[in-house]
Write a protein that binds this ligand. Sequence first.
Ligand code: FAD
Length: 571
Amino acid sequence: MIQHDILIIGAGLAGLRAAFEGVTAGLNTAVVSKIHPLRSHSCAAQGGVNAAINPKDDWHHHAYDTVKGADFIGDQDSIDLMCAEAPQAVLDIDAMGCPFSREEDGTIAQRAFGGQNFPRTAYAADRTGHAMLHTLWEQAIKYGVKVYDEYFLMSLTTDQPKGQKMPRASGAVILNIRDGSLHQINAKAVCLATGGYGRLFANNTNAMTNTGDGVAHAMRAGAPAADLEFVQFHPTGLKSSGILISEGVRGEGAYLIDKTGHRFMQKYAPNKLELASRDVVSRAMTTEVLKGNGVDGAVFLDVRHLGRDLILERLPQIRQLAIDFEGVDPIDEPIPVRPTCHYTMGGIRTDKTGQSIGVQGMFAAGEAACVSVHGANRLGANSLLETIVFGKITGKAMVEYVKGPGHFRPHSSTASLAEVSQAITTLKARPSKGATKQAHIRDELTKAMQEYCSVFRTAKTLAAAKKAVEKAKADYAKLAVDDKSDAFNTDVITALELGNLILLAEATVLTAIERTESRGAHAREDYPTRNDKKWMTHITAVATPKGEIKLGRDAVRQTGNPQYAPAERKY
Ligand SMILES: Cc1cc2nc3c(=O)[nH]c(=O)nc-3n(C[C@H](O)[C@H](O)[C@H](O)COP(=O)(O)OP(=O)(O)OC[C@H]3O[C@@H](n4cnc5c(N)ncnc54)[C@H](O)[C@@H]3O)c2cc1C
């Protein structure tokens, strides 16, 4: 049996930042990743990371922008903590060697991002996540974090301490993708840092690997998830592929125009224009397209007026993406764009130190967590920030938990390993002839989610989404794989990911049906206004042993700050 003090599933920014705390506190710390850590989706982040580091800025303003961006349903204790800790978190990673872009005087350069009253987004050209992830990876190597790379999370194990109500995290079963062998790891504290699940929607900006495995497994292990109904559609995905064109482009001054060249945001957000919050801009674009003012389902992002030199210096990657994937050079032509699924606000529900509210010793950080700093709508560049602030805080909380008094080494049963092994044997044994192909199930599910559960929703469209999820569930129960081998069996891996996506699809649709109001990214055309009397609460979701979704409620953590009282959101 393998034993670690701290086991972190996920080696993106959140996982590696938490691991740094564990290993530098002298604890035996391990990280599991289904791909090489440097291929984690964090590496794709372009635009930047928010922090009130400029002396003219104030973290209280950052916190207010975040509370408002979240449409007042974010947890105010977490938001205050994140914004107050942001400058130090950015300076920490700067000191580790992260190559941030600089001003002439050597200070860290910052650009404007949507929904904020100050240009507080620090960046490394338009490859910020790449720069940050490489920096933290170097630290992981330097301090000797044990890395299980190309190992896949199969299940989370728990035990039941005597006299306690809550189950306790005891480790995980993982599969070595290279040879198909299974391993049980025991650990005193377990952290899920497995990222988001934007792959649930046909058109998205996410890596192939963003399938929400950690969130789904936590829900199965009894840890509630929350805010799953809130899914962010980024305004500017490339029309054909959904590949992201960073908000940093609008931060640099890009316009959104319709087919006649008109800057339509003047109508929807007269003050902030293109830099209103993402939910507002995505709805405006979708409305314009529905009115017939787009071309082929898209409107245009125009940077021509910024000039060749600025584009080449500050936006080299997005120029290349537009050329390679849309056949358009932004120096000469506007880029066709449309809203695309980008970020999942929902995740494993935690307190402000990252500990699950349902399983003792289970922690979550980054996009997989719902410490609820984003509420109903995330502000651009607050997610990289969340990974480094709450990666650090959660890492420290795990160290404290592991070193804390009265903590016993968890049991070492191998029951879970046997169950997982049986499940794989059963899957491989099913005859593939005549079975529905997993690619077909995934295709139908993600297209239905895109059509019925995206920027605008109604009871009717959500009922159609529910039907599609039920069909996917029924088909999945009979799923067979063609590849029966052990080494690098991607047929099995993608089938397991699909199982996790289906669970999250069901929970997303059920919570979207439940919330009969419009708030942030959740826009119900049949309930067009926000209803603070009834809905200032998080909806939670957990999976029963039979795989059904059970909904609950969890209070929004309010600090009593009168400035945070819900108000109408205008930009
Ligand atoms: C294209 C793009 C651009 C973005 N730009 C910005 C930006 O400019 N600013 C900003 O603030 N945010 C941005 N975001 C959002 C932000 O990048 C992510 O929310 C954040 O990086 C997530 O980090 P993470 O550490 O939580 O997870 P990830 O970086 O997604 O890492 C997840 C890790 O979990 C592992 N994992 C997952 N499932 C399993 C499993 N079953 N078994 C083992 N390991 C597993 C993966 O291997 C990976 O190591 C962007 C997102 C995208 C998609």
